[in-house]
Design a protein around this ligand. Sequence first.
Ligand code: F6R
Length: 248
Amino acid sequence: INTKIHQNSEEASFYVANEIAELIRQRQKSGKNAVLGLATGSTPTKVYEFLVKFHKEEGLSFKNVITFNLDEYYPMAADSIHSYVRFMGEHLFDHIDIKKSNIHIPDGTLEKEDVKDYCRAYEQKILKAGGLDIQVLGIGRTGHIGFNEPGSTLSSKTRLVRLDRVTKLDAASDFFGLENVPSRAITMGVGTILSAKRIILMAWGEGKSDIINQAVEGPVRESVPATFLQHHDNCDFILDEAAASALT
Ligand code: F6R
């Protein structure tokens, strides 16, 4: 893991958005697609803002971009204010020229008995697209990446999982109360994430400093899933000064 510390999340997000834009442009030149793994939550919103800005002001096109989102709550209606489908539309997809058929977000509306086949097909689609070129990640206080909570294995793939109590507590205010937070989610696995050619994990603020320290400097272990990223040879942690403050 390489750590890159920026003065604030704005500068850090600009840096990440530029790397993504550069990949998209390079692929365009050779007539190829760029395959992006995307995250939701508060962390990547400024990156998406910059990408929208590059589209509107500099003509960056997303016609050759294929996206796979990490996760979605389960069950979750697509048009719910809490859905990641809605989040991605609001923050990115509704403002750029990406083809609807190139957008993939785990489906929170499936019948329980269909979830397994759906997850297998999600993995197949990633492979068929040529694999993830860049996977963008945030990190939860439990050390989760995607919704791979403590106990997730190194080789785990896209699947239905149970959310950790700490994760539900962190989501409680968004859902106007803990009792409204879904208990489950569909998430790409640790193995799915590690298969990406490049991984960019972002974290902002003091509240993430302890888990960032554990993820970067702690022993690799299932109880802190983000430590599995230490196995990846092209993984950057992009941090603001507060999130980096517990690193030695
Ligand atoms: C979101 C996701 C989660 C978040 C993490 C941090 O798609 O997979 O792992 O990245 O919970 O959330 P924020 O950014 O809201 O602190």
